[in-house]
Design a protein around this ligand. Structure first.
Ligand SMILES: [Zn+2]
Length: 298
């Protein structure tokens, strides 16, 4: 796997994608309508980057590495290493259980050695977005980024830290609570401004306090999808919900609004689980939309 497969400039802000894990699979467990027939029906624009001829979809688990105003910022921290995520709790196709990847080595080679990261931003607190918050050291989960603040929406923590559902509670305990107890969290609300170029924007539904990160610099605009949209196929079908959307009606309404706005203002969309190149533009297509990949700087 390449160290950093794609880079973009958004005005004066530099953005790169660093992959932790990628899979190609039948997606019905994630979005019920992601059947092979429905995927194949949109292959004309989904292939070759986002789906295969037999109706499987690509999913990527990556961080966005952002350099803004002299600061190094990591958006979402993927799976992590050695985290217990066994079937049947998590779909075995995902390959999440006790992973051993070289994310940290590649992160350092990308110029983001873990000691140099200033800020970690979490779009929400599900296990595939918080994993590298911590790493195993001496049998304990310790913060991976020793000099960073971890930006977490307080409402998101308050909800999930009271959940009894092991799908969500297990990752919270091994990957979020240790940074809370280390006093490294900056608690924010869903409209927090990070710096002159970056701010959070509420995109609720997948979780109650789910946020997107908006980058605006020099007249350019980009936005992260988080888990509001899991795959480009949902641009053609914004009405299709992920099984794990906490408030399906709200998620659907937010997704419609997000897609329509991104198509109008031609924002560069960073799809948090979109396969490589993971970024692109949403454009009108038939009676809905499609996603056109943007491969960034060569
Ligand atoms: Zn996710």
């Amino acid at each position: 796997m390449d160290d950093v497969t794609h880079r973009w400039d958004v005005g004066a802000v530099r953005v790169a994608r660093l992959v932790d894990h990628e899979v190609t699979l039948f997606g019905g467990f994630l979005v019920p309508e992601f059947t092979p027939a429905n995927v194949i029906g949109e292959l004309e624009w989904l292939a070759p980057h986002f789906a295969t001829a037999d109706g499987r979809i690509g999913l990527s688990f990556h961080s966005m590495l952002v350099e803004s105003d002299g600061h190094k910022i990591v958006i979402d921290t993927c799976m992590g290493n050695l985290k217990p995520r066994p079937a049947p709790l998590w779909d075995a196709q995902l390959g999440w259980h006790l992973r051993r990847g070289d994310y940290l080595e590649r992160l350092a080679r990308a110029g983001f050695a873990r000691e140099t990261v200033d800020l970690v931003v979490l779009t929400h607190l599900h296990g595939d977005h918080v994993g590298w918050n911590t790493m195993l050291e001496g049998g304990r989960w310790v913060p991976t980024f020793p000099n960073a603040r971890y930006l977490i929406v307080r409402e998101e923590w308050e909800y999930w830290s009271r959940s009894d559902d092991p799908h969500f509670r297990i990752p919270l305990e091994d990957s979020v609570r240790p940074v809370v107890e280390a006093g490294m969290v900056e608690w924010v609300d869903t409209r927090h401004r990070i710096d002159a170029n970056l701010r959070l924007e509420p995109t609720p539904g997948h979780t109650h306090a789910h946020v997107s990160v908006v980058i605006e610099s020099g007249g350019a605009r980009a936005i992260t999808s988080g888990d509001l949209i899991h795959h480009p196929l949902q641009c053609a079908h914004p009405e299709w919900n992920c099984r794990f959307d906490l408030d399906p009606a709200l998620a659907r309404a937010t997704r419609f609004d997000f897609i329509r706005r991104c198509a109008e203002d031609r924002a560069l969309v960073f799809g948090t689980h979109f396969p490589a190149p993971s970024a692109g533009r949403i454009v009108a297509h038939r009676d809905a939309f499609r996603f056109i990949p943007d491969f960034g700087l060569s």
